[in-house]
Each structure stands twice: as C-alpha cells, then as structure tokens.
Design a binder for this molecule. Sequence first.
Ligand code: UT7
Length: 319
Amino acid sequence: MYARIVGTGSYLPGAPVSNVDLAARGIETNDEWIVSRTGIRQRHLAEPGQTSSALGLIAAQRALAMAGMAADELDLIIVATSTPDFIFPSTACLIQGQLGNKGAAAFDIQAVCSGFAYALGVADKFIRSGSHRKALVIGAEVFSRILDWQDRGTCVLFGDGAGAVVLEASVQPGILATAMHADGSQNGILNVPGQVCGGQVTGDPFLRMDGQAVFKFAVRVLADVAEEVCANAGLPTSAVDWLIPHQANIRIIEATGKKLGVDRDKVIVTVDRHGNTSAASVPLALDEAVRDGRIQRGQKVLVEGVGGGFTWGAALFEF
Ligand code: UT7
C-alpha cells in the first residue's frame, strides 16, 4: 500500500512586495544585493491578523477540491508550521474546525523549513501502516511575524504562504521513500530564542541566523538526503524527473542540483517570487508545477527541506 498524492493546493496572501518596496519602507537594502545573494525578487506578506491557519485553510480547500474529496472523509490532518496561531491548540485543530471535519487525528509538526518533508514522512508511515487512509498535509507560515525588520540580513529573505497535499492509500505507487534527520547541536545557527512566560515574552522573539553557517550546512545535507531517499527507493538520482528543494536561496538550490547532477531545467524554483516561506515553500512550489502542467502523473518527484533545529528531510514520490 502506498500513500499517493491525489490533490495539491496553495495560497499566497496579498500583492507581491518587491525588493524595491522593502527599501522604500526604510530597510537599508537594495534590489541588486538581494537578487545577487539570494535570487529573491519579491515575497508575499500576510495582513495583520491573517494567521497560518487562515492561509493553510485556503490551501487545504484547494487541495481537497483537486482531489475531489470532502473534508469529512479525512482521517489525518498534519500541519507543518513554526508560526502557529497559538501556543495551543494546534494549527491543525484550528484548520480541522474550519474545514468542518470531526474525528480525524490532527496535530502540528515543528521542524521549521524541513517541516513539510517531515510531515509527508509521518503521513506516509500512518498510511502505510494501514491505520489511516486519507491525509491532509499542510505547510503554512507567517514568518513576517517573527522577523526583526531592523535586521536587514534576515528580514529580506522570508515571506508568508501555505501549501497543501491530500494523500490517499492506494495500490498505485505514490511515496517511494522518505528520510528525516536532525542535529540539535546546531540549534544556535538559526532560531527564534524566545518564549512566553508569566504573561510576557522572555528571551528574543525574533528570527536570528548565522547565514554563512546555514548556507554550508544546507548544501551538504540537501545533497546527502536526496541521495539517501533515491538509494532507499532503489533508484539513481538520474531517475528523478523533478527536484523541489526548500526555497531559501537560489545559490543553495543551484549548488544542490549541481552536486546531484540534476539539470537546471528539472529543478522547480519559486524563491524568486515567494522568498523563503519555510515549511510552506515546498508545497507551494509543488502546487505551482502541478497546476502549470510541468509535473505529470507517473513522474518521479523529489522534495526536500532543511532548516532550524538543525533538521533536514526528503521524500521521493511517483506523482
Ligand atoms: O531555511 C534556511 C534559511 N536560511 C538561508 O537559506 C540563509 C543561508 N545564507 C545565505 O543565504 C547568506 O548567508 C545570506 C544571503 C543570508 C547573506 O549572504 P552573505 O554573502 O553571507 O553576506 P553577509 O551576511 O556576510 O553580509 C555581507 C555584507 C555585509 O556588509 P559588510 O559587513 O561586508 O559591509 C552585510 O552588512 O552584506 C551586508 N548585508 C546587506 N546589504 C544590503 C546584509 N544584508 C544586506 C541586505 N542588503 N539585505
């Protein structure tokens, strides 16, 4: 029994905000610096009050519509997010309530930018075990809420959005292999080291990053984990029709493709238009490439993520 993707959906809030728009808002930056270092040209930013559950709900509804599935058929809902609406209940439960589903298992996964790869891996295991048959997996983020807009080294990199897939148990091939890893000793290179305590935020509630350390770590593990899932599926990396790496930086994406020997035109890229949307980046890119017809049924797609923790993971599936 396989977990097969039967629907995809995504949602980006509001109008795009260009690099020039950011500079006009008083951030000491310029389009040339951002484009040459990251490939990012624009991003979408949620309105005040527009939460991860609000973005994730729309992405989920679009994925369910493509799958031709009613929300009450779902028996599993997983949301990957590092920017949940609340400390609790989970964003998954909030979306479940909005969808009108009752009874499905619903929980969040916190693996930052690897969140969607982790969530796919978990859903795959639930479905393969036979315990669950119809799963909704969402990546939804409002990173704009945890950015220090005075820190030009980080605030220009991220955006908000959500993507979702619907998975169904099937005898036809779907997810072929998944991998999840972490190295907690690297927790300090990318984090939001704050907490709510005694009615106040203590520590630092903003995203902090050692960009160069993250860059080196990301290129190494993204290539390693892609090779790992291909090996576990018994396939060479040349069998991959489409590579969807986490969309953080075009230089990381290109270096990963090169290391794996995957042609540039087989790599799906959205970072130029979406920025880094953390756990939402991979399902947003997947949905775009499914809807514009690049990804076709029967093709092999490798998705992968890397992020705070440090965490990294991948999934190889036949679409
Ligand atoms: O999901 C994982 C998310 N994280 C990532 O993917 C980040 C990975 N890292 C990177 O992509 C790169 O390290 C960055 C794009 C973040 C930074 O590039 P860098 O080449 O490592 O630059 P840097 O941080 O060493 O900064 C170089 C210069 C500095 O100026 P000085 O000290 O050389 O005068 C910065 O102050 O660039 C300056 N700078 C900027 N200038 C204009 C930093 N941010 C900006 C900015 N606009 N937004």
